[in-house]
Design a protein around this ligand. Sequence first.
Ligand code: NAD
Length: 254
Amino acid sequence: MGRLDGKTAIISGAAAGIGAAAARRFAAEGARVVLVDRDAARVAAVAEQIGPMASHVAADVASEDGTRRYVEAAVERHGGFDILLANAGILGLVKPIADYPVDVFDAVISVNVRGVWLALKHAMPQLARRGGGSIVVTASTAGVRGSAGLSAYVASKHAVVGMMRTAALEGAAQNIRVNSVNPSPVETAMIRELEDGLDPQSREAARRQLQSRSPLGRYASPEEVAALMLFLASDESRFVTGGVHMIDGGRTAM
Ligand code: NAD
């Protein structure tokens, strides 16, 4: 018996990294998964690999039109959904605030903040109609602490935590639970971007520096993050809402 048998989940940012790992795990646990990503070819390929439990929608989460399309697709295909994993996000650049380009700041806020807010706005009424459900948003250790050079990303992930808490309060009466998952560096394309930004001369040196900041001394795997998402998405976490769930090898205990 799967831990998500009979459930339908929307997963954004599902063409790669954490979102693709969550899509595979949720489907293996019995959920029908609607995969959303702006990379149409890659999200189609991940859906095809997963098989009949998966379908996909090519959409930009920062667009209201795109958000309506993926929410409506889940309702039309499956009669509704029980789980939303609002996971799509971008890093932006690694630069001090004084040198940070305004257009990159706007792009990071648009995807990471507006994208999550639009997902909440359009998904919550559907979950209420369904009698409730679980929303998981991907924040970061950057959602609870600062990080030099990452002002836009840090601002966006603090905002994600604030939106999650607000949505948890607004959704409780309708049995909608909302939680954030806050990883430290995870082995995905995004962490390669961060390594390149931190030390353009040596990705390996940046990697060593980042890993040395973790008490467990390594990055997380996307599958480890997906396992926490699975718990929060499933009914096993039925009394858990409004929580900031660190998965950081002890980083924020320091
Ligand atoms: P990734 O770059 O491997 O995957 C992100 C996916 O999101 C890509 O497939 C990309 O096409 C998609 N995407 C980006 N912008 C989009 C948009 N506007 N509309 C639709 N899809 C879009 O990154 P990842 O590491 O898997 O990141 C997933 C989430 O985890 C992000 O929110 C990220 O901030 C967060 N996170 C990552 C790390 C890490 O170290 N990798 C750590 C903490 C938090």
